[in-house]
Design a protein around this ligand. Structure first.
Ligand SMILES: NC(=O)C1=CN([C@@H]2O[C@H](COP(=O)(O)OP(=O)(O)OC[C@H]3O[C@@H](n4cnc5c(N)ncnc54)[C@H](OP(=O)(O)O)[C@@H]3O)[C@@H](O)[C@H]2O)C=CC1
Ligand SMILES: CC(C)CCC[C@@H](C)[C@H]1CC[C@H]2C3=C(CC[C@]12C)[C@@]1(C)CCC(=O)C[C@@H]1CC3
Length: 344
């Protein structure tokens, strides 16, 4: 009788490993002695010890090739937040179902999903939110709506009897070197002279999480995901555990890169109303002209409300503490973008 060779626990796959978080995760896994297969729709780098598989995660056959002899899978692929409803549904919902099926068929034992703390955010204040908050009933956009469905699918698939264990990491506001979103969008907005205003009274606290802390949370979860461990089938907030005023964070990054910080105050409801109107116009006029407003309702909601989360559960169950402080993280991030410095 042929015996099935148990895959090495140091052999893993990172779905979405060409992206911002995925690549940082791959680099840390290599440091820790893992051999890594990356599955992604694009290949953005080459590294010794990494095998690339290029494909769409909705294609089970393509996934099966990448998951051969792999015991641990990290799923951190997602379309960018600016994508449309159909793409979010296809990749985050149907695609995640395909990932789960492919993992089970390949004999993968552990699946770590990158979810998002935003799965409980409805555009109103969250202060020190715990994991037992209900999922948003009115998610602020399709990204969030499909992240909720994705997390539910992965956590429900956790099955101790079958030896398929799952856990979800919920980071918030990831930033750091090579992030294609937060700092580049901020700088672009500043260069177009639109970063002069503080939305609301400027007192809202928010979590921004350095990418290396997010990676640390993922690896702790993977290494503690064992049969009958209390973490099976649960979500975990991973943050820097140092909530900061949204506008202080923005100002520190801007000033670090040589741009003036925002100084003038605008009422939250006025800006939110304008953002809604612009969004509506962009949808109505889309057959004629295409424009993407900078101040989307989602960004305004994130810029003008409290949204910070407790990572007590991660501390207790995973032994998590951030490895890089917010101060050092901001300094390292600013240094990593010399090409985005103000030239004037
Ligand atoms: N950035 C943040 O602040 C936060 C992010 N998250 C979550 O973290 C994860 C990683 O985010 P981040 O690194 O910022 O995102 P990136 O867009 O940088 O990385 C995602 C990667 O997945 C790839 N991808 C997209 N669709 C598919 C597909 N159908 N098949 C295979 N690969 C695909 C992307 O390719 P391409 O670029 O070509 O689309 C990209 O390489 C995501 O799940 C996101 O929801 C959670 C909380 C906060
Ligand atoms: C134009 C300015 C008012 C704001 C510029 C910064 C924003 C681009 C970022 C501030 C908070 C960020 C954030 C995300 C994306 C980038 C920001 C809006 C996410 C939506 C990314 C995906 C998630 O899962 C949640 C994040 C929350 C914070």
């Amino acid at each position: 009788m042929a015996t099935r060779v148990r895959p090495s626990s140091k052999r893993c796959a990172v779905i979405g490993g060409s992206g911002f978080l995925g690549r940082h995760l791959v680099e840390k896994l290599l440091d820790r002695g893992y051999s890594v297969s990356v599955f992604d729709i694009r290949q953005s780098y080459e590294l010794p010890g990494v095998t690339f598989y290029q494909g769409d995660l909705c294609d089970k056959q393509a996934l099966l090739a990448a998951l051969k002899d792999v015991s641990l899978v990290f799923h951190c692929a997602s379309p960018s937040p600016a994508s449309d409803r159909a793409l979010f549904e296809r990749v985050n919902i149907q695609g995640t179902q395909t990932v789960i099926q492919a993992c089970i068929e390949s004999g993968v034992q552990r699946l770590v999903l990158t979810s998002s703390a935003s799965v409980v955010f409805e555009g109103t204040d969250i202060k020190n939110g715990r994991e037992d908050l209900p999922y948003a009933k009115k998610p602020i956009d399709y990204y969030t709506k499909t992240k909720i469905e994705q997390e539910k699918l992965v956590l429900k698939a956790c099955d101790n009897q079958k030896g398929f264990l799952t856990v979800a990491i919920r980071p918030h506001g990831i930033f750091g070197p090579r992030d294609p979103q937060l700092v580049p969008i901020l700088v672009d907005t500043a260069r177009r002279g639109k970063m002069k205003f503080i939305i609301g009274d400027g007192t809202n606290l928010v979590d921004f999480t350095f990418v290396e802390n997010v990676v640390h949370g993922h690896i702790l979860a993977a290494e503690r995901l064992r049969a009958d461990s209390p973490i099976c089938g649960k979500p975990y907030h991973i943050t820097n555990d140092e909530p900061i005023l949204f506008w202080d964070f923005m100002s520190q990054v801007l000033v670090g890169l040589g741009y003036p910080p925002p100084r003038y105050y605008l009422p939250y409801s006025l800006v939110y109303g304008l953002a809604l109107l612009l969004w509506l116009l962009s949808v109505l006029l889309s057959p004629l002209i295409s424009f993407k407003p900078t101040f989307t309702p989602m960004r305004v909601a994130l810029a003008g409300t409290h949204h910070y989360y407790s990572c007590k559960r991660a501390k207790e169950d995973l032994g998590y503490t951030p490895v890089v402080s917010l101060k050092d993280a901001i300094a390292r991030t600013v240094e990593s973008y010399p090409h985005l410095r103000c030239e004037a």
